[in-house]
Design a binder for this molecule. Structure first.
Ligand SMILES: NC(=O)c1ccc[n+]([C@@H]2O[C@H](COP(=O)([O-])OP(=O)(O)OC[C@H]3O[C@@H](n4cnc5c(N)ncnc54)[C@H](OP(=O)(O)O)[C@@H]3O)[C@@H](O)[C@H]2O)c1
Length: 273
């Protein structure tokens, strides 16, 4: 598995998302098993958030990493409405309890809200001094937000990125590359929806004896600063996602994808889900 330095630590470039985990009690054991299998396969970066199932996803992650915390790079996120001085502290402590750990490797502001960025950053720095987080970053920040943040300590920005949502290529992605700030691509396979049935991706997938999900992942990973965090509970999906690491797209493949999903020619406002 290819790796990248994130917050000074080497992490795999394909990690595991957890949105919608913890929502259905009947799915819990399958979700724990999928995360454990994903770790075994090398997807040791796990992305979660207090928002997902209102803490339920963090509890699933906690079960999955019990006894093997050291193998995993844990990313979680604070709600904007908790991003105040006291709110960040309390939210992080709740997340740590659910995750069953003393430290979150990377703690993100999920999106911008009502609190000044300086207040949230000061609260993150306090958590760092306490050892409750190792690094902090942001999510759903556009270039103007990052400029306002103006913080070299920000380890990443996690945003929507897949062939059907590539507006960030105009400015945000090159800006982060220039700053050496890895970009975490969420919904890299378009939430398993229409993107996976696209005829162009299917043609390229057939050529590589791969699946459309693998082509979408390989496409996002063509940028060396990108980390993709697909979510998969289905074990076949998990294995495909790991193996996407070895799919390499050629210039003809990329040109076909550009024709089907044109790259941005001007600034686009940041897309979010
Ligand atoms: N920061 C933010 O605001 C934000 C927003 C959205 C997401 N995220 C993070 O990014 C992660 C990924 O995004 P996402 O979960 O929304 O969407 P996604 O990873 O693009 O898609 C997940 C869906 O695709 C299916 N799938 C996974 N691998 C597949 C494969 N190889 N072939 C076919 N289908 C496959 C999954 O099914 P199964 O589960 O049944 O395998 C699931 O239904 C989230 O889980 C979350 O951690 C962050």
């Amino acid at each position: 598995m290819q790796t990248i330095k994130l917050g000074g630590v080497s992490v795999p470039r394909i990690g595991q998302g957890t949105w919608h985990m913890g929502e259905d009690a009947g799915q819990q054991s399958a979700e724990v098993r999928a995360l454990q299998e994903g770790i075994d396969l090398g997807m040791t970066l796990i992305d979660t958030a207090e928002m997902y199932a209102e803490g339920g996803a963090e509890e699933i992650v906690g079960q999955a990493i019990r006894g093997r915390r050291d193998e995993v790079y844990l990313v979680s996120k604070v709600y904007p409405h908790n991003a105040s001085t006291q709110g960040v502290q309390a939210a992080c402590e709740r997340s740590l309890r659910r995750l069953g750990t003393d430290t979150i490797d990377l703690y993100l502001l999920h999106w911008r809200g009502q609190y000044p960025l300086s207040e949230t950053v000061a609260a993150f720095e306090r958590l760092r001094e306490q050892g409750k987080i190792l690094r902090w970053g942001v999510s759903n920040f556009d270039t103007d937000d990052l400029a306002e943040l103006d913080a070299p300590a920000c380890a990443t920005n996690q945003v929507l990125y897949n062939p059907d949502a590539r507006g960030i290529e105009y400015d945000l992605l090159p800006w982060q590359a220039q700053q050496n700030m890895p970009l975490m691509a969420y919904c890299p396979i378009g939430q398993g929806g229409a993107l996976l049935h696209d005829a162009t991706l299917q043609r390229i997938a057939d050529k590589h004896s791969a699946t459309t999900a693998q082509i979408a992942l390989a496409w996002s990973l063509r940028h060396p600063e990108v980390i993709a965090i697909p979510k998969a509970v289905n074990l076949n999906h998990l294995k495909q996602n790991v193996d996407a690491d070895s799919v390499s797209l050629d210039t003809d493949d990329l040109a076909q994808i550009d024709a089907a999903f044109p790259p941005p020619m001007r600034k686009q406002s940041l897309q979010m889900v």
